[in-house]
Design a binder for this molecule. Structure first.
Ligand code: NAD
Length: 367
């Protein structure tokens, strides 16, 4: 065996959890196993200073357990900052179920998972994520009340995507205000990569305002359907990262801003829904800043979904959800201005607001 691999494997044995790359002082990591249903899950609770750790459950066929562990550590940390920067009284958590959602998900497995959530007594509240849908959350609800994103007829808040899309649109307008001095998107060329649930809502708002939307997706049928419905233009070049547009909205997958793409980008603004858009937060955040590209931090502008499920806990209504989501505009503008004033990246600026809020609460709790 290659000596380097052996060394890496030995290291994993020495520090299986606290030594992982994505470990960041997480409060609790729970490994859940059930032989009868085949459940293998990990729940990550990153920080509960501001409130119970809320975050979705992802079911994914991870190649290794290390991948699953790193994913839950990374995603739960992200939730801490998303809720904190949005001003919600929630901590950060996330769960992963190891397996194929299409073939291995059963009601028994979901109920067993719900029992593990219940055993944490409300420190962790779950919701849907990749590989999950509202019906799965309804099944989890049979055994625990610590679940959000359940069906509207059961008192849930329903599909979060239109709210997420509206928040992204608000963040995009704030970035336009910062860059151009006006938040009008009229006549602006906006490239939306990934025309799924959220992408479509963003497209609708931008089109309604007179923006020119260019769409890209791996699903050709979907592209044609959306083009016909909204009159958008399908991207036809060889490399969409070179597209001559004003705004690039990543709404498909993460890490699209990386060493390969960053040099090609011509957009003035990046504002989209995908999580973890910067392959490396520090390096690529700084490179965007140097190129004069305004980056609206993803975890800030895609918070509409969490605002929506938070309503289930706090009992506020749709107008209040929309008001809170609309506020993403002001928060984004503040964060962009503060980044400029302090000569830090916009990502760092958003992170600082979140961290300051957590530290302030910690200090208050000590009093
Ligand atoms: P979705 O699955 O409905 O849509 C994703 C779309 O991206 C699909 O149409 C898919 O075909 C397309 N796609 C996949 N790979 C692609 C590629 N390589 N190039 C171009 N297109 C590709 O997902 P969604 O709910 O619209 O979410 C979009 C993104 O926003 C995801 O990254 C998600 O994690 C993030 N997000 C969503 C929410 C929410 O409320 N739905 C909240 C926060 C963050």
């Amino acid at each position: 065996m290659n000596a380097e691999i052996l060394k890496a494997n030995d290291l994993k044995k020495v520090a299986p959890v606290f030594g992982q790359l994505s470990f960041d002082e997480h409060e609790q990591v729970v490994f859940c196993n059930d032989k009868d249903t085949g459940l293998k899950a990990i729940i990550g609770i990153h920080d509960t200073t501001l409130g119970p750790a809320l975050g979705g459950t992802r079911m994914w066929n991870y190649a290794t357990e290390w991948e699953a562990l790193n994913d839950v550590l990374r995603l739960s940390r992200g939730m801490t900052f998303k809720s904190a920067v949005t001003g919600l009284n929630l901590g950060g958590g996330k769960a992963v179920i190891i397996g194929d959602a299409k073939t291995q998900k059963t009601p028994e497995l979901m109920r067993k998972f719900g029992e593990f959530v219940e055993s944490l007594g409300g420190r962790y509240i779950t919701a849907e994520d990749v590989g999950m849908d509202t019906a799965d959350m309804d099944t989890v609800r049979e055994v625990t009340k610590h679940v959000t994103g359940i069906s509207e007829h059961l008192g849930g808040s329903g599909n979060p995507s239109p709210i997420t899309g509206y928040g992204v649109y608000m963040g995009m307008k704030a970035a336009a205000k910062f860059k151009y001095g006006t938040d009008s998107l009229e006549g602006k060329k906006v490239l939306i990569q990934g025309i799924g649930h959220v992408g479509e809502t963003v497209l609708k708002h931008v089109t309604d305002e007179g923006g020119k939307v260019i769409i890209a997706d791996i699903n050709q049928e979907r592209l044609e359907q959306v083009r016909d419905q909204y009159g958008a233009v399908i991207y036809s070049g060889d490399d969409l990262y070179t597209a001559d547009v004003d705004i690039y909205a990543p709404c498909a997958l993460g890490a699209t801003i990386n060493d390969d793409t960053i040099h090609k980008l011509k957009a003035d603004i990046i504002a989209g829904a995908a999580n973890n858009q910067l392959a490396d937060e520090t390096i690529h955040g700084r490179m965007l800043q140097e190129k004069g590209i305004v980056y609206a931090p993803d975890f800030l502008i895609n918070a509409g979904g969490i605002i929506n499920v938070y309503a289930e806990l706090e009992g506020y209504d749709k107008p209040e959800i929309m008001r809170k989501t609309e506020n993403i505009y002001h928060t984004t503008l503040e964060i962009l201005n503060s980044a400029k004033a302090n000569q830090i990246t916009t990502h760092q600026s958003a992170l600082k607001v979140a961290q300051d809020r957590i530290e302030k609460r910690k200090a208050e709790n000590k009093k």
